[in-house]
Design a protein around this ligand. Structure first.
Ligand code: SAH
Length: 553
């Protein structure tokens, strides 16, 4: 049985709280069994607090919720404050998970409701002689303001008003008086001010006050203010639609023009940064001081990179697009990137301007000093307050020395974030069309470093056991040692005709795959001039007929 928590931001207006509470009741009634359980709560200022709403649902056994932010556009509340509040609830209720619904607007139900409020204000006066000023809350987030402009346009389309112009009561231009003045100069005689607001509050009251002042200064103008959207069936149905959408996992947030993801003119300070709770400095209800929160895709629960932290990021086996979404977000946030030679180099070209790129292969190093120098570089930049990304090939914890860097940072008191990557151990065979396991063929896969030959006293590998095994072996860093390794495996019992595939530069345009057998691989590698990076796949999976594997690159 599904549970829905409707999350409001809170208001000092008693009427606003009543409207919210009435809407929650209405949603409960109209859900009529389609939603098991509905609660509503506020993140600040008003009762009941979100904490009580979540506790009520958790107390009735719900462990997975849909959390729906009751906001019209995705701005500070929807992107930052409400997810931050939900994160605190998750900390209070271990095991609690939630899907995050998207903002309510723009939506035809809202447009219809707005038109109804405007018609009510017109009381029979004609639409053709009426200009509408649609007034949004206003935000420092350009995408949120653009949403209001879009709603204004959609409201105009096909409804026969003389025109609809967007304006904002706080933080963005044009202000209420500015948009009214604009309409006056366009020749408007009758203007309906339509607040794009759900419920009563300080800001809607201010829209009325500014409009009344403007009207008093221009007695020749007919200025009317429409009602708020308010508690109504259309809004309840829209809430239920957003709930169903979140349950289906079908959340179409508009991220294409989000300043936190994309460089927008004038907003370079936001791109790649976590959404932080915002402030409406002139708004007594809007002074939010929650702690900083995650990146703005809260439904994915992405950790972010804060100043002074180091993210150890697996970049995947080589092509730029085999990094994880999380890894790429870390790169977008980085001030400094320390990159390995095997890290996907194309990603470095896409960094924000001004990001310092340190090539770890060129870090000056004395004998056996390389890793220490890299560790020092990470720690130095982190201590200088930079967001540092250590970009590695494949996965950082698969022969990547990632944990050495985590330990070194920890010893220096520097926090780290570990982002796993797609390891070449699995991806290089796959990109060459070979699965490392296959039902009925191989039930185990062993990933082995070949950087030391089998007879080396420092070797930690149980070569005798690998010789007895029938499963898949994937050998990394073995270009120089593959001949000795193959001999050892055969001497320890592995059949000499065991199929082997060498995959060099997997995923790159020059990818090369050479099939052979254990008794011939050493000679073949020398003859063909195989060079790192390459993996050797050993075992019966190699003999499976490759099925038109389309290699990337
Ligand atoms: N952490 C990395 C491995 C680092 S060790 C990972 O998880 O993939 C370096 C070895 O990885 C190379 O010697 C080679 O064996 C393998 N390797 C990395 N990238 C590769 C690629 N694109 N194609 C083939 N082998 C690759």
């Amino acid at each position: 049985m599904s549970a829905l928590v409707i999350v409001g931001h809170g208001t000092r207006s008693a009427a606003g709280v009543d409207q919210f509470t009435a809407l929650v009741d209405r949603v409960r009634r109209r859900a009529a069994g389609s939603v098991g359980d509905v609660e509503g709560g506020f993140i600040e200022l008003s009762r009941p607090p979100l904490t009580d709403a979540v506790a009520a649902l958790a107390g009735r056994g719900h462990r997975s919720l849909v959390a729906l932010p009751l906001v019209l556009t995705a701005a500070g509340h929807g992107k930052g404050d409400i997810p931050a509040a939900m994160a605190r609830e998750q900390a209070r209720h271990p095991g609690l998970t939630y899907r995050y619904g998207r903002p309510l607007g723009p939506h035809p139900l809202l447009l219809t409701a707005l038109a109804e409020r405007i018609d009510a204000a017109l009381a029979g006066a004609d639409r053709a002689g009426t200009w509408v000023a649609l007034i949004g809350r206003g935000s420092t987030d350009p995408d949120a303001n653009a949403e209001v402009a879009k709603v204004a346009r959609l409201l105009w389309e096909g409804r026969g008003y003389a025109g609809v112009e967007p304006g904002f009561v706080s933080l963005a231009e044009p202000s209420v008086p500015a948009v009214l003045e604009r309409l006056r100069r366009l020749g408007a005689r009758r203007i309906v001010v339509a607040p794009y607001f759900l419920f009563a509050g300080v800001l809607p009251d201010r829209i009325v006050a500014r409009s009344t002042e403007f009207a008093a200064a221009h007695p020749d103008l007919d200025v009317r203010v429409a009602d708020l959207i308010g508690d109504c069936d259309a809004l309840a149905d829209l809430v239920l639609e957003r709930h169903a959408e979140a349950l289906r996992g079908d959340i179409r947030m508009n991220c294409d023009t989000c300043a936190y993801r994309v460089l927008m003119p004038g907003f370079a300070d936001k791109v790649g940064r976590p959404q932080t709770p915002h402030d409406h400095p002139d708004d007594p209800v809007g002074g939010h001081h929650h702690h900083h929160h995650d990146h703005h895709h809260p439904q994915r629960h992405e950790p972010t990179l804060r100043p002074g932290q180091v993210a150890i990021v697996g970049g995947g086996p080589g092509p730029d697009d085999l990094i994880t979404v999380r890894g790429r977000a870390m790169l977008h946030a980085a001030d400094v990137v320390v990159a390995d030679r095997l890290a996907p180099q194309g990603l470095l070209a896409g960094l924000r301007p001004g990001v310092l790129v340190v090539d770890a292969a060129k870090v000056p190093r004395g004998p056996s000093m390389g890793q220490d120098t890299i560790n020092d570089t990470l720690i130095r930049h982190a201590r200088a307050g930079k967001r540092v990304v250590r970009l590695k090939g494949g996965d950082p914890y698969v022969f990547g020395r990632g944990h050495e860097e985590v330990q070194a940072c920890a010893a220096a008191g520097v926090e780290t974030v570990l982002v796993p990557g797609v390891s070449s151990a699995v991806a290089a065979p796959a990109l060459a069309g070979v699965p490392v396991t296959h039902r009925g063929v191989a039930h185990d896969v062993t990933v082995v470093s070949g950087h030391l030959p089998p007879e080396h006293p420092g070797s930690l590998v149980e070569w005798a056991a690998l010789g007895r095994s029938r499963g898949t072996l994937v050998l990394l860093m073995a270009v120089d040692t593959i001949g000795r390794i193959a001999e050892t495996l055969v001497a320890q019992g592995r059949a000499a005709d065991t199929p082997v595939l060498m995959v060099q530069d997997a995923g790159h345009p020059g990818q090369r795959a050479l099939p052979t057998t254990l008794d011939e691989v050493g000679e073949l590698a020398a003859r063909e001039g195989v060079r790192p990076p390459a993996v050797f796949v050993v075992g019966p999976v190699v003999a499976l007929a490759p099925v038109a594997a389309v290699a990337a690159g």
